[in-house]
Design a protein around this ligand. Structure first.
Ligand code: GLU
Length: 423
């Protein structure tokens, strides 16, 4: 979603949101104050400013970040996003969320994230490549197959990862596929990685509907965002027999009670650059989209979409956070009181980083798995993690986000404590 689609006074700084979510779980876990102090900060925060020569000969200075929140459980892991509203606070929050995400699904990584402040939609492929290669060089202080492994995020993709992998490899004098995940298949990418975030999210939706006694056949679904997570979530939900009645992208929202054929929407978007204007659809705003009467709402765009201003009007029975950080803590409380079943981002969208982990393991072993193997292993991880979190939520009579944080924070705190304080 474009930031312009969202009213400014509803925005909360993502870092303050991340800290508040952490504090709720830390309180419930009676976490030791020293451990709380450690986990409330990011271990490393790198800010880089670097020049890129633009087409007209002018030199533009870009700002980028790479943050590692906690690496007690393994190397840093997390995507890189390109967006005009990227800030250090946002990247810190996203890095912290990666720490909890990797812990909740039990993969051996710490949390990291990167971002560059830019408007990629206005840039040529060549400029994107130059900017990416220079940014990759700047953050080489931190990244590496055993240190910190980037992946795609908002407005970055397999091609971006190929440029980073190549830049890193050129500097080191040998090919290092395992330095990034989400690469193209031809250079050590993994089967199933492209749609893994969505596939993982859909596995959690299936588990949630079993728990709630909902039959997914014929359920009415709304998806906000039509990037990697949104497109594939909509497509996979349609494959399960659901009706996708609302969709959106940065251009706006569309609605059709009879449902969309996602392959047709995808083809229309490829031709016109947006889903808006699809024949047979009504144009709606971002806020109307989120408040549509539906069974499953899948926010698959960016942070700060559901706040106290619109949470009371959300009609979905299940909210599945394919995006990172779409719901504020105030909205969490409102939705929980209304009986909405929310599958939190750190669980719901963890399929992406899970298959990133599979990709990294395959790269390190130079042994590649079939797609059926990847999807089966992904399913096993998602079903088990959902059940761990659901058990925790039942035991502590709390919402699924607090439960997911409790599972994750406990694991990270245990690793941090076991390793001890150096020196
Ligand atoms: N950017 C994705 C996320 O937020 C994937 C991260 C990764 O695969 O490392 O989870």
């Amino acid at each position: 979603m474009t930031v312009s689609n969202v009213i400014d006074h509803t925005q909360r700084d993502p870092w303050s949101v991340a800290l508040e979510q952490f504090d709720v779980a830390a309180d419930r876990l009676h976490l030791d104050p020293n451990m709380r102090g450690i986990l409330r900060e990011c271990q490393r925060e790198l800010i880089v400013h670097f020049p890129v020569r633009m087409h007209d000969g002018a030199v533009k200075v870009f700002t980028g970040y790479r943050v590692q929140h906690n690496v007690s459980r393994g190397p840093g892991k997390g995507g890189i996003r390109y967006h005009p509203s990227v800030t250090l606070g946002e990247v810190k929050a996203l890095a912290m969320w990666m720490t909890w995400k990797c812990a909740v699904v039990g993969i051996p990584y710490g949390g990291a994230k990167g971002g560059v402040v830019c408007e990629p939609k206005g840039m040529s492929l060549q400029q994107l490549e130059t900017m990416t290669r220079r940014y990759a060089t700047e953050i080489m202080l931190l990244i590496g197959p055993e240190r910190d492994i980037p992946a795609p995020d908002v407005n970055t993709n397999a091609q971006t990862m190929a440029w980073i992998m190549d830049t890193y490899s050129m500097h080191h004098g040998y090919t290092a596929p395992a330095v990034v995940t989400g690469k193209p298949l031809s250079i050590g990418g993994s089967e199933g990685r492209n749609e893994a975030t969505a596939r993982g999210a859909v596995y959690t939706i299936i588990e949630a509907s079993k728990h709630l006694g909902i039959d997914l056949e014929g359920t009415r679904v709304v998806v906000q965002g039509f990037g990697n997570a949104g497109l594939h979530s909509a497509r996979l939900m349609q494959e399960l027999g659901a009706t996708i009645i609302g969709l959106s992208d940065t251009g706006g929202g569309i609605h059709n009670e009879k449902g969309f054929d996602i392959a047709k929407v995808d083809a229309f978007k490829k031709e016109h650059g947006t889903v808006v204007g699809l024949p047979g659809s009504d144009r709606i705003s971002n806020s109307e989209l989120l408040e549509l009467d539906c069974d499953v709402l899948i926010p698959a765009a960016i942070e700060n979409q559901i706040g106290e201003h619109n949470a009371p009007r959300i009609k979905a029975r299940i909210v599945a956070e394919a995006a990172n950080g779409p719901t504020s803590p105030e909205a969490d409380r409102i939705l929980f009181d209304k009986g909405v079943f929310l599958i939190p981002d750190i669980l719901c969208n963890a399929g992406g980083v899970t298959v990133s982990y599979f990709e990294w393991v395959q790269d390190l072993q130079n042994l590649f798995w079939r797609e059926a193997t990847i999807n089966a292993r992904l399913k096993e991880v998602m079903v088990k993690s959902f059940s761990d979190v659901l058990e925790m939520s039942k035991k502590h009579k709390c919402d699924m986000r607090t439960a997911a944080y409790m599972v994750a924070v406990h694991r990270v705190a245990e690793a941090t404590l076991t390793r001890g304080i150096y020196p």
